[in-house]
Design a protein around this ligand. Structure first.
Ligand SMILES: [Zn+2]
Length: 282
């Protein structure tokens, strides 16, 4: 179900945010989507994705409820977990490789008729919220799933950043939006980058190399292969984030058979980076 969670993270385990990176196990999807595909619109059947959304939400609540009774998330009894999970709205966006973000506030939440599975916020590639007990997630299959957390103001964002999103600067755009809406300062931020395609598996054409040069990225190629992690490190350093504020997963989605990879499989599912703020839950 989960490839990695914030409970294992030295940087995040004591913070008031919890997150999980899902894998492809524990769902109901069949064929090339086996089994925990979280993405609609990739060719999988809708009912399977609905069920997968419910399962991943329940598992999230159970994982963090057990480990941290302080936050009052569920109990070890699965029925109670299910009831509690039902009350937690879960949001995703229709990802379009843009730099657009959506801020989820009380007003927006009240506009949605509550359902068990994920609720779509429309076209965007990042979700920002200060609300606890609201689960937000992005979906990927090689793109970078990124979490940016403002520990002072209690704000979390999840970001979908593929090659285009990284080159177009979705990370600095999301930081700017958090600064404008919440007064976020870089020294209060922590960042996590989940599993994504790495330079071992990411050969690109000449036009991408030219673009990278125009954008001022340095040393981001190994032969013909692009290293988007180096790009993200350069962007986070430019924002003022210190390496000690950043955690980067060492795993390549194309090398890991437990994750979906567009490069490796083409027709495939999506795994997710799910996040929720803990504050105020008691
Ligand atoms: Zn690889």
């Amino acid at each position: 179900m989960f490839f990695y969670t914030s409970l294992e993270s030295p940087l995040f385990k004591n913070e008031n945010v919890c997150f999980a990176l899902s894998d492809r196990y524990g769902g109901v999807s069949e064929g090339v989507f086996n089994t925990l595909n979280l993405g609609y619109g990739v060719g999988d059947c809708k009912q399977s994705v609905d069920t997968n959304h419910r399962r991943v939400k329940e598992a999230f609540v159970k994982t963090f409820g057990k480990a941290d009774s302080r936050v009052g998330l569920g109990t070890s009894e699965s029925g109670a977990d299910r009831d509690f999970a039902k009350n937690i709205p879960m949001f995703y966006c229709q990802q379009i490789h843009s730099t657009k973000s959506v801020v989820v506030d009380e007003n927006l939440v009240s506009k949605y008729r509550r359902r068990d599975g994920g609720m779509c916020l429309g076209e965007a590639d990042a979700i920002i919220t200060h609300l606890s007990n609201v689960l937000v997630f992005v979906m990927v299959a090689d793109c970078n799933p990124i979490l940016l957390y403002d520990r002072k103001n209690g704000v979390v964002s999840v970001i979908h950043a593929g090659r285009k999103g990284v080159f177009d600067g979705i990370l600095p755009f999301v930081f700017k939006r958090m600064s404008e809406v919440y007064g976020t300062r870089v020294e209060d931020c922590l960042m996590y980058v989940g599993a994504s395609i790495r330079s071992c598996c990411y050969e690109v054409g000449e036009e991408i190399r030219t673009q990278a040069e125009i954008l001022g990225f340095n040393d981001v190629f190994q032969g013909k292969n692009l290293d988007l992690i180096v790009c993200l490190k350069q962007q986070s350093e430019n924002l003022g984030l210190k390496p000690s504020q950043v955690e980067i997963s060492p795993f390549c989605s194309s090398c890991e058979s437990g994750l979906y990879s567009y490069r490796r499989e083409h027709s495939t599912g999506r795994f997710g980076l799910l996040a929720m703020l803990k504050k105020g839950i008691i």
